[in-house]
Design a protein around this ligand. Structure first.
Ligand code: 5AD
Ligand code: SF4
Length: 488
């Protein structure tokens, strides 16, 4: 990728003569720096790690002279950062690529070039197949290779390229750091990848194949990134990883640090008031992490701990390596450490061989545990995973019926949880202007969206809010003072 020669030396809005730029004589049409900067549009599908990766790709391309745009029509470079977790997610890529190809043609007719990159987990899983199915694509790049994007775009001038090798080097060592402005534009709550990949091999899941084996980033690098984010105004960090509580990174002292220990250290970073982590496996909730829920006020009382099913038979077939009762007992232990805990989970209905009885076990587990919010899915067979080979697949109609019943119960629990916060005072981290003038929107400790009436508070402030009403998707409340976390 060539950088425009004028970029570095031009101040914003400085005038530049097209005559000089093109070496022409005569007409002198002035253009601004904005006309010279190339634009990149990144669309992310799926999980939070894709959102994080998309930001890092944008940071990388910023050093190549690209600015980010939210309008695909004006993009010189379109990146689709894809998800392979379920069939629907993967198929979306090809329909979107159809639309991008049309756009490319239209822009071509107007003399503008559009280059297309497919990144993320579909890129990793399907590689060359994407080039075959979508002739307009220039580059296919896997989640561990996107630090190579500038070189790949350059190479693709001669021949379309695929880069899905699992490299020996760490991509994070090759990625530029985001600018303060970029961090600010992304808001006061930020994701930070601390771990990638998964060694659990649940039989339904493609992640161990697309994201590879578990790797933890060293503590020093995570701290460095956290301090940089905090310095630009970030107040809340969500530590992310495919199996984040399996974190076992190298500490500054050379010993191996667990997630619990890392959370304690991150809570000391000036400016950081709130910590969260996602997504976890029940088998990796160790004592140190459970104790952190008791001892660390910055660790929010909200835990996403997927259980997938409540049937021991299905949990075994899923290779989850725990039973329904073991999950119940684990939740009891965590609630003992932090009684004020909101729980969230993922559920799959219609896993191969799931009977009505198995499904009722899942409904019972949900009733026993109680969830503040959840994600639930119909089982989707993924090529190459063991469960896809099982003959006793459940019919679509049965899956649809079970999903509707399950979601109904989960929705009732979610609304009951939200109603239960009415009348309470909660600390709210203000994130953005609200829906209407004079309103601001933020998040409660339990990750609920909260709207308040205020024009005197700043984004990034943590205020104490008395919750007055629970709507279907947001809570509403009145400011009762500065939050107890405000001074952090
Ligand atoms: N079918 C349906 N849901 C799946 N998930 C992962 N793989 C599949 C699949 N093949 C769900 C799990 C996981 C979440 C991220 O996606 O519930 O926790
Ligand atoms: Fe997939 Fe999560 Fe199981 Fe790993 S632990 S295989 S990411 S569902």
């Amino acid at each position: 990728m060539r950088k425009h020669p004028g970029l570095k030396t031009l101040a914003p809005n400085s005038r530049y003569s097209l005559e000089r730029a093109k070496g022409l004589k005569g007409r002198s049409i002035a253009i601004t720096q904005a006309d010279l900067v190339k634009k990149v549009f990144v669309k992310s599908y799926g999980c939070q790690m894709n959102v994080y990766d998309a930001e890092r790709m944008a940071d990388m391309l910023a050093t190549e002279g690209y600015s980010e745009t939210k309008a695909m029509e004006e993009a010189d470079l379109v990146i689709l950062n894809t998800c392979h977790i379920r069939e629907k997610a993967a198929e979306k890529v090809y329909s979107e690529l159809g639309r991008v190809r049309e756009l490319k043609k239209e822009r071509e007719a107007a003399g503008q070039e559009t280059r297309i990159v497919v990144a993320g987990c579909v890129a990793q899983a399907e590689g060359k197949e994407i080039l075959r199915r979508a002739p307009a694509v220039d580059v296919v790049v896997g989640p561990q290779n996107y630090h190579n994007l500038p070189a790949l775009l350059q190479k693709a001038r001669a021949e379309r390229v695929v880069d899905t090798e699992f490299p020996v080097e760490d991509k994070f060592d090759h990625l530029p750091k985001p600018s303060k402005t970029a961090i600010r534009n992304r808001g006061v709550s930020a994701f930070l990848t601390i771990q990638e990949g998964c060694d659990k091999f649940c039989t339904f899941c493609v992640v161990p194949y697309t994201r590879g084996a578990e790797v933890s980033r060293p503590v020093a690098k995570i701290l460095d990134e956290a301090m940089r984010l905090a310095d630009a105004g970030v107040r809340e960090l969500t530590l992310i990883g495919q199996n984040v509580n399996a974190y076992h990174g190298e500490g500054p002292d050379g010993s191996v640090w667990s997630l619990g220990r890392l959370l304690h250290r991150l809570a000391e970073v000036p400016g950081i008031a709130r910590l969260r982590y996602t997504t976890s496996h029940p088998r990796d909730m160790d004592d140190e992490l459970i104790a952190a829920h008791r001892d660390l006020p910055a660790l929010m009382p909200y835990l996403h701990l997927p259980v997938q099913s409540g049937s021991d038979r299905i949990l075994d077939a899923m290779n989850r390596k725990h039973t329904g009762d073991e999950y119940r007992r684990l939740i009891e232990r965590i609630r003992k450490a932090q009684p004020d805990l909101a729980l969230s989970s993922d559920f799959i209905v219609g896993f191969p061989g799931e009977t009505d009885e198995d499904f009722e076990d899942t409904m019972r587990l949900i009733a026993d545990v109680g969830f503040a919010s959840s994600f639930s899915f119909k089982y989707s067979p993924r090529p190459g995973t063991p469960a896809a080979e099982i003959e006793a697949q459940v019919s679509e109609a049965v899956k649809a019926e079970r999903l509707a019943r399950l979601q109904n119960l989960l929705e009732m629990q979610r609304q009951a949880f939200n109603r239960g916060t009415v009348g309470r005072t909660l600390d709210v981290l203000l994130e953005k202007p609200g829906r209407h003038p004079g309103q601001m929107a933020g998040k409660s400790p339990y990750l609920q969206a909260v709207q308040i009436e205020s024009d005197r508070h700043a984004i990034g402030e943590i205020v104490t809010v008395r919750i007055t009403q629970a709507g279907s998707n947001s809570l509403f409340g009145e400011v009762a003072g500065s939050g107890s976390q405000a001074a952090a």
